[in-house]
Design a protein around this ligand. Structure first.
Ligand code: FAD
Ligand code: NAD
Length: 158
């Protein structure tokens, strides 16, 4: 099977869209990522997966901390900005949660410290211990079959 076929298959699995953010030597960096999962309740752990060519990889290793920001359906531009899909002239202002930069108005902000890392193939899985979180009531941004989408409520099954 070729890479495109594998990506097309993986793209059938609808996900939210996150911006991973971290700070190194006073500089803040963001990267769009949809590879994310809740791992453990005790302790509270999550996992993200960062490609070995992404600059974010060494940035997280240096910092030892990162945030996961689940984007709202109003934040497609933030996803494009931090995936390098669109260039913006303005400076992006981050908020802060428990000493880690976070994206304002995200549906959910998780402030994490690196708990463990595992290299698997061409990605590194970072296990994050969640030290603090914040949420809003907005609807999430959806990514499916390579396209950004919105949630649509289904009729209740009786
Ligand atoms: P850079 O190329 O340095 O940063 C990425 C972009 O963010 C650049 O355009 C940069 O200008 C901008 N940026 C960074 N910091 C700031 C700042 N402080 N202010 C303003 N702009 C800033 N890759 C994965 O490894 N794992 C995933 O799970 C994953 N999921 C993805 C999901 C989607 C929906 C998309 C579209 C992409 C996904 N990617 C994923 C790909 C990843 O987002 C890109 O490869 C990204 O460009 C890698 O960024 P980088 O760490 O190399 O950093
Ligand atoms: P796409 O068709 O490449 O993505 C569909 C699905 O394929 C993704 O949701 C993901 O599950 C998987 N995928 C894509 N690239 C991958 C990679 N390098 N490693 C592991 N899994 C991958 O969607 P698109 O709109 O063409 O994506 C835009 C860009 O973002 C592409 O360059 C893509 O490689 C990158 N991306 C990377 C990851 C990742 O590294 N985990 C995830 C999503 C998108």
């Amino acid at each position: 099977m070729d890479d495109r076929q594998f990506r097309n298959a993986m793209g059938k699995f609808a996900t939210g869209v996150n911006v991973i953010a971290t700070e190194v030597d006073g500089e803040t960096y963001g990267m769009t990522a949809n590879a994310f999962m809740s791992v453990s309740l005790d302790p509270k752990l999550i996992v993200i997966s960062i490609g070995d060519k992404a600059k974010m990889l060494e940035r997280i290793r240096e910092s030892g901390k990162f945030s996961v920001n689940v984007l709202s359906c109003e934040q497609q531009e933030e996803s494009m900005r931090f995936a390098g899909q669109k260039q913006f002239e303005d400076k992006f202002e981050f908020d802060e949660l428990a000493g880690v930069p976070v994206v304002e108005n995200a549906v959910c902000q998780l402030s994490c410290e690196v708990y463990n890392e595992h290299t698997e193939g061409d990605h590194v899985l970072f296990i994050g211990k969640v030290n603090d979180l914040a949420m809003t009531e907005a609807d999430p941004l959806i990514f499916n079959c390579g396209k950004y989408r919105r949630l649509e409520a289904m009729e209740e099954v009786k």
